[in-house]
Design a protein around this ligand. Structure first.
Ligand SMILES: [Zn+2]
Length: 177
């Protein structure tokens, strides 16, 4: 949020914001970020969610890259996307907070950042997975079906964005404006 409005900040405050971005970039552990600062990511506690982990952290570095074009920020986003491709098929529903559509939004973000159609392919495969029997059987049932973040509303946003990937944006969380 501070990167989005950095014109409002003084020079010293801007420096602090960029130092914070780099500090967070250095917290990466094997393409992911711990749910708590300083925690070690183990197999048992690793989260790959928009709300906790690489699928959400990627947006910070996307914004940073869009502002100053430093390649390490884009590289961090790309590594996040690789982790999501490996581990982002979640059992916590189809939603965007900690569900499959939230994972898949990273691929639409990477498509917009790189133009690489590989990411469209990946987003489509995740979308297909939501409609499989395997997902229906193995996934937690929804408690707030209309919720933007935990229900189907965010999933619908993702599916619509899949039809117009050039304009896709994580709901209420655009890094492109
Ligand atoms: Zn969540």
């Amino acid at each position: 949020m501070l990167l989005s409005y950095q014109d409002m900040l003084s020079g010293a405050d801007k420096d602090l914001v960029w130092q914070s971005v780099d500090f967070l970039m250095n917290q990466e552990q094997n393409c992911n970020w711990p749910a708590e600062l300083g925690a070690m990511i183990e197999r048992e506690n690793e989260l790959v969610h928009w709300c906790h982990g690489a699928p959400g952290v990627a947006y910070l570095f996307a914004k940073a890259y869009l502002i100053n074009k430093k390649p390490q920020y884009l590289d961090t986003c790309i590594r996040s996307g690789e982790l999501v491709w490996q581990k982002g098929l979640l059992k916590k529903g189809p939603g965007i907070c900690h569900g499959v559509a939230g994972s898949a939004y990273v691929f639409l973000l990477l498509y917009r950042l790189t133009g690489n159609s590989k990411y469209i392919y990946r987003a489509q495969r995740f979308a297909e997975f939501i409609f499989t029997e395997e997902f229906k059987v193995g996934s937690r049932s929804l408690t707030s079906i209309y919720s933007l973040f935990e229900g189907l509303s965010g999933t619908v946003c993702f599916l619509v964005d899949l039809l117009q990937p050039d304009q896709s944006e994580f709901p209420l969380f655009s890094v492109f404006v």
